[in-house]
Structures are given as C-alpha cells and as structure tokens.
Design a protein around this ligand. Structure first.
Ligand code: HEM
Length: 325
C-alpha cells in the first residue's frame, strides 16, 4: 500500500461526497449530544458510546481494507473516508470520558465538577481504552500523511488499526470472564474480524462507485478472498466469547444479555445470507464483466453496510448487559 496524500479541495465546486456527509452527520450528532447531556445523561451515554464504537470499528476496518492487496483502486476516496473516520473516532473516544463522569455522578453537566466522580470514571478501564484508541487514531492519520515511504505508512496504518481495535478490550466483558488469556484472544480476533468486515464493506462500497470493468472485477475477486478468512475469525471469536461470557446455555434465553445476543445473531444471520448470496451469485457474474451484476452488488453492499451498522450498535447495548443475569 502506498499512502497517497489526501488531496485538498480546490477549483470548481463539487457535489457533496461521503466525507462531507459524515462531517454533516457529525455536526448533527454533536448538537444532539449537547442537548442530550442537558436533558438525559443516560440517553446521551448510549448515543456517544454507540458513535464511538462505530467510528472506531470503521476507522480500524478501513485502515485494514486499504492494506489488502488489490484494494488500491479508488484509493483517494477511501483514504478521505478513513481520515474522517479516524478523526471522528479520536473525538468520540474523548467525548465518552465526560459522559462517563456525568453518568457516575448522576447530576448531568454539574457532575463534571465532582472530583470523586472524575476519580471513579478515570480509574476505570475506559480511560486506558480512550488513550489507546486516540494513539491508534493518531497513527492512522500520520500514516495517511506519510508520503514517499510506503513501508512506514503501511506499518503505521496496521499498528494504528490494531491499537484502535485493541482499545475495545478495555471495556466489555473480555477482561472479567473466563481464563483471561483465552477471552482476550477471542475478543481481539473477533474485534479485528468485525472491523475487517464492516470497514471492508464500507470501503468496497466507496471503491465500487468509481471502479469500472476490469477494475471492478479485480476489486470484487480480491474482496471475496479476504472475506473468507475474516468470516472464519469473526465466527470463531464471537462463539468463543459467547461461550466464555455466558455461564450456562439457558442464559441465552433467560438473561437480558442472552436476549440481546440473540437479536444480534438474528441480524448477523440476515447479513450473512445477503453476503453469501452476493458472493455466490453476483460476484462471479460481475467478475465476468456483467454491468447489471455490478449495479445490483452496489445496492446489496449498501444494505449490508446498514445491517452491519445495526450489529455494531446492538453490540454496544450487549456490552452494557450483565452476562450473569
Ligand atoms: C457469529 C456471530 C457473532 C457472535 C456470536 C458475536 C458475539 C459477541 C460477543 C459475545 C461479544 C462480547 C460482548 C461483551 O463484551 O460482552 C462480542 C463483541 C463484539 N462484537 Fe460480536 N458477535 C458476532 C458477530 C459480530 C459482527 C458481525 C460484528 C460487526 C461487524 C461484531 C462486532 C463486535 C464488536 C465490535 C465487539 C466488541 C469487541 C470485542 O469485545 O471483541 N460481532 N460479539
């Protein structure tokens, strides 16, 4: 992977692209958060944590996606989106801290001044997780700004992705359930694969917009190969985590944790069916040059992106439940 500098926008006014939409959406989220923090911290904490988890998984996943051989097509739009996602992940991670303090204190914005609440929130794993994620996001941005040294850029990008994904291990139940080394290994493999899938599908959607003919065929064939390994890791890590977190199988139906996990599995199942239909039916046709198959794939990839976004948001709810009931 060669880091192509993200070009500045100049010249004729252009139509708004995905990064512009992300910037606009970020503005709306920040405004909503401010209102939510004043009205109901409990609601605000769900919004900010969901946003923080989504941007982290997206930034790490896109950083992995641009490193996959053959994915260099449409590098500039994907790198622009990666830059926006890394900056958003950095900002959102920092924002989770004041919300954690307000949540501990329970009095809304006034609680930010409470030393005890700050102490409790900042001593939790969340603080270390935020630092790790911010370090990873900075490395990704540095990789994008590194010109003429592809090896260094690639190393920075991969290390940044691993740090961003690794930051998820400071929260959630991986640190408190089962043999620590085993749960952390499952969680890391699962999180890397989840980022690979989500970031990969978003990156593919962006790249497919500009890729035509042979380029689109190469992109799809490379992506299909990469996804096979990703899905094996994802399912192995996810099932391992579920077995380690749930003390008994009946917890799947009798605890709120198990029920949220079942909802997550139902959505994952739906996305998997769509994804395998794409790979079995549409990808071979698109690789043979059928333009109608590429158009159908663009639509299906958009639906897959929405499905995976829902899975990530459900995961945020899952991580707040008690696996013990
Ligand atoms: C076979 C399907 C899956 C199963 C059984 C599964 C199960 C789990 C479990 C049990 C956890 C631990 C939550 C906790 O801390 O209590 C988890 C975490 C997580 N899952 Fe999944 N999951 C699956 C698919 C997915 C998919 C498709 C995505 C997104 C693309 C995803 C994203 C995540 C993320 C980001 C985490 C947090 C990081 C971590 O702790 O490893 N999962 N999953």
């Amino acid at each position: 992977m060669t880091a192509t500098p993200v070009p500045s926008r100049g010249g004729a006014p252009s139509r708004p692209g995905t990064p512009d939409l992300i910037a606009a959406a970020t503005g709306v989220v920040v405004a909503a958060l401010t209102a939510a923090s004043l009205l109901a911290v409990q609601f605000g904490i769900y919004v900010i944590n969901g946003f923080a988890l989504t941007t982290a998984v997206l930034a790490a996943g896109l950083a992995l996606f641009v490193g996959v051989p053959g994915m260099g097509i449409a590098t500039v739009p994907v790198q622009r989106l990666l830059l926006a996602a890394a900056v958003a992940a950095f900002a959102a991670a920092l924002l989770t801290l004041p919300f954690a303090v307000m949540n501990v204190d329970g009095r809304g914005l006034v609680g930010l001044g409470d030393g005890l609440a700050r102490d409790v929130a900042l001593r939790s794993g969340r603080y270390e997780g935020v630092l790790t994620r911010c370090a990873g996001a900075v490395m990704i941005v540095l990789a994008l700004r590194t010109v003429g040294r592809p090896r260094l850029a690639r190393g920075l990008q991969l290390a940044g992705a691993v740090l961003v994904v690794g930051s998820l291990l400071f929260t959630g139940h991986a640190r408190t359930h089962g043999p620590l080394a085993l749960t952390l290994t499952c969680a890391l493999l699962h999180a890397v694969a989840a980022a690979g899938w989500f970031g990969g599908v978003v990156g593919l959607g962006v790249a497919l917009r500009s890729a035509r003919g042979d380029d689109a065929a190469r992109l799809l064939a490379g992506f299909a190969r990469w996804m096979t390994g990703v899905l094996v890791l994802l399912v192995a890590g996810g099932v391992g985590l579920a077995l380690l977190c749930l003390s008994e199988p009946s917890g799947l139906v009798h605890t709120a944790y198990g029920q949220v996990l079942l909802v997550k599995l139902a959505v994952v199942g739906g996305v998997l069916v769509l994804s395998s239909a794409n790979h079995r039916r549409l990808v071979p046709l698109a690789v043979r040059g059928r333009a109608d198959a590429v158009s159908a794939l663009r639509l299906n990839v958009a639906v897959e992106q929405i499905g995976l976004l829902a899975v990530v948001l459900i995961t945020d709810v899952l991580m707040r439940q008690n696996p013990g009931g």
